[in-house]
Structures are given as structure tokens and as C-alpha cells.
Design a binder for this molecule. Structure first.
Ligand SMILES: [Zn+2]
Length: 100
């Protein structure tokens, strides 16, 4: 089953950062696997025609990406510790059982 969902932000709305005009930089389609088959999602990237504003936005985007990457790595570390701890607990409980 294939369903089409359109995700098109409104390019004709003024920029919420500078109030300038926005335009569609590019559109692309992605096929995403779902529970019942695949879904085709249409994306479009809307940019501000104000170059200074868009540049600032891109810089913020990069910073956000970096932040997310750091958070992701920290989470991975925590998961590793948690996994190690749970393995340790399994080991201990097995030991206890063998004693009985
Ligand atoms: Zn803008």
C-alpha cells in the first residue's frame, strides 16, 4: 500500500525571523517504510531570500547539529554503562542460583 503525504511548508508566508520573502530552494521525495508498506513523503526546503538571514539560519542549524551529536554520544555512553551493569547483574543472579 502506498499513500502520499505532502509536507510542503508555506513558502508564501513571510519569514518568521526577518519578515522577508521566502522561496522553495528544493523539493524531493522520500519513500519511507511503514507498518503496512511504504509511504512517499514529499519534502521541500524553504529558504529566506534575505541572504544574511538565511546565513544566520544555516549557522544555527550547524550548531544544533553539533549539539545533537554531543547529546547522542553522551546517550550512547550511558547505554553502554547501563548494558554493562545489567550484564553484571545477570552474572550475579546466575551465581546466586548456582549456590542454591
Ligand atoms: Zn528571513
Amino acid at each position: 500500500m502506498t499513500t502520499n503525504i505532502k509536507h510542503i511548508p508555506y513558502a508564501d508566508q513571510p519569514c518568521d525571523r526577518c519578515g522577508g520573502k521566502k522561496c522553495v530552494a528544493k523539493t524531493w521525495k522520500e519513500t519511507i517504510p511503514t507498518f503496512s508498506g511504504t509511504t512517499q513523503v514529499e519534502y521541500s526546503q524553504i529558504i529566506c531570500t534575505n541572504k544574511a538571514c538565511q546565513l544566520l539560519f544555516d549557522e544555527n542549524l550547524e550548531k544544533e547539529k553539533e549539539k545533537k551529536e554531543i547529546v547522542r554520544l553522551q546517550k550512547e555512553e550511558k547505554d553502554k554503562v547501563r548494558k554493562a551493569n545489567s550484564l553484571l547483574q545477570v552474572h550475579i543472579s546466575k551465581k546466586n542460583k548456582s549456590r542454591i
